[in-house]
Design a protein around this ligand. Structure first.
Ligand SMILES: NC(=O)c1ccc[n+]([C@@H]2O[C@H](COP(=O)([O-])OP(=O)(O)OC[C@H]3O[C@@H](n4cnc5c(N)ncnc54)[C@H](O)[C@@H]3O)[C@@H](O)[C@H]2O)c1
Length: 440
């Protein structure tokens, strides 16, 4: 392979990105992949989405988005304009010039990384890899994944990275439900396996993303994402511990945090709650912890924050039991209404939601648990099988205790305050609404 040819392979792809003739393939059309697909389509690329789930592909084919941040009308519009199509046929991975991998990276039961989805996607890409393709991993993972797992597999084809094909890591930072920061205006970190890989990847993302942050290596880019989520996990762990400290001291933790947040420098506000949920914060730090264990190093901050955050549902259920006890009631046989089951406000995602643990722990103590969540109509997880109740004076007043687990914006907290016999508020939602009312 001559340098001249190597240059031309990269330059051909860069030119295709610049004139939007490159076909973009997105593997995994979930919370990350679908918004990214829409962003590429919006700036004029044709996008071919791949997913192993037939229901996901069929729904998209019928013009229905299953991701809250992507409107169905948008899917329909791009499909009609010939800018977006979805398929389960992974043999078509030969067609796109760019393949962006956005598949899940969960943990195994023993909290080790489960990279089976990344491996499956890599093998699918490998089967059809051709000269001139850029492959980008977007899934959150431990430092070293792109170089140690994906590169060797792709080079088994006989093609060489940086010359025949290009490989990069660019972590997705999407924050579902965030109306200000989206895939387009959130700066995007890009690390290439080689300088040419980074150059090509930057050229491909450049039209679709407002600001790119080039990194010196894929490992550095992989670590950025883990640092961001570890930072959140550790700080949430700290304020959760502060909530327990304040409880024991008889001090209002929310008052303390609000006052600390008036310091214009050196403090960043985090709020306590029932624990952490979602696809990122409870999982990602463990990817780094696992990697560091292989290097004989224990990441103590990660483990401690994980421990404190994971214990919060138990802490809050203890509160419910104590408050019921004060009213002469046992948890067994009590009716408990959980308000909000999504892992955070204003979204419909229940993955790793602390509400699931809260419900399980209450049920284990014999409570009759029901829930209300305007975003989650049905709740099915292991032994939990419930449907959202409407929030009415009757459902609220017949509960022995109402537990606010997720502080969705569109919940009538005034109704809860007016009708509930007892409220345990893990998010300070009632006080926030009260303050807003007083400020008016
Ligand atoms: N959800 C978030 O807020 C968020 C934010 C930033 C980063 N991430 C990371 O992005 C990655 C994807 O997360 P997500 O939330 O979009 O997951 P998701 O479960 O919403 O979507 C993943 C999709 O990939 C599909 N899939 C699985 N294996 C496949 C394969 N081999 N080939 C093709 N499709 C396959 C699934 O059917 C699913 O539709 C994860 O690594 C996650 O940690 C998620």
């Amino acid at each position: 392979m001559t340098t001249a040819t190597a240059k031309s392979t990269a330059d051909i792809l860069i030119a295709k990105a610049q004139d939007r003739s490159a076909l973009i393939g997105i593997v995994g059309l979930g919370y990350v992949g679908l918004p990214l697909a829409m962003e590429f389509a919006r700036v004029g690329f044709r996008v071919l989405g791949f997913d192993v789930s037939k229901p996901v592909v069929d729904a998209l084919g019928a013009g229905r988005s299953h991701v809250q941040d992507v409107a169905s009308a948008e899917v329909v519009g791009f499909a009609k304009a010939g800018k977006f199509a979805a398929t389960t046929d992974l043999s078509r991975l030969r067609e796109p010039d760019v393949v962006s991998i956005c598949v899940p990276t969960p943990l195994s039961k023993t909290k080790d990384p489960d990279v089976s989805y990344v491996l499956a996607a890599t093998n699918a890409v490998k089967r059809t890899l051709r000269r001139g393709q850029l492959i980008v991993l977007e899934s959150t993972t431990y430092p070293g994944t792109t170089r140690e797992l994906i590169l060797p597999a792709l080079e088994e084809t006989g093609l060489h990275v940086g010359e025949d094909f290009f490989l990069a890591f660019s972590p997705e930072r999407v924050d579902p439900g965030n109306s200000k920061w989206n895939t387009h205006n959130t700066p995007k970190v890009v690390g290439g396996l080689t300088a040419a890989c980074r150059r090509v990847a930057m050229a491909v993302y450049e039209p679709a993303i407002e600001r790119l942050v080039p990194m010196s290596s894929t490992e550095a880019a992989e670590l950025v994402k883990i640092l961001e989520n570890t930072f959140r996990s550790v700080n949430i762990g700290l304020v959760n511990e502060m909530a327990i400290v304040c409880d024991k001291l008889g001090v209002d933790v929310w008052e303390v945090i609000e006052a600390a947040a008036t310091k214009p420098f050196g403090f960043m506000k985090f709020t306590p709650g029932p624990g952490v949920g979602g696809h990122c914060i409870p999982l990602d730090p463990h990817y780094l912890a696992w990697k560091m264990r292989t290097l004989n190093y224990r990441t103590r901050f990660i483990e401690l924050a994980g421990e404190i955050n994971a214990a919060m549902p138990e802490y809050w259920v203890g509160h419910v039991v104590d408050r019921l006890n004060e009213q002469g009631r046992a948890a067994r046989g009590s009716k408990v209404l959980v308000v909000g089951v999504a892992y955070k406000k204003d979204i419909d995602d229940i993955r790793e939601s602390p509400a699931l643990d809260v419900i399980r722990l209450l049920q284990r103590r014999g409570a009759a648990v029901s829930y209300h969540d305007p975003h989650v109509r049905k709740l099915k997880d292991e032994a939990i099988d419930l449907s959202s109740l409407p929030l009415t004076p009757e459902t609220v007043s017949t509960a022995d205790c109402v537990v606010i687990v997720t502080d969705h914006s569109d919940v009538d907290y005034a109704l809860v305050e007016r009708c509930a016999r007892l409220v345990v508020d893990t998010r300070n939602a009632l006080a926030t609404v009260r303050q807003r009312r007083q400020a008016r």
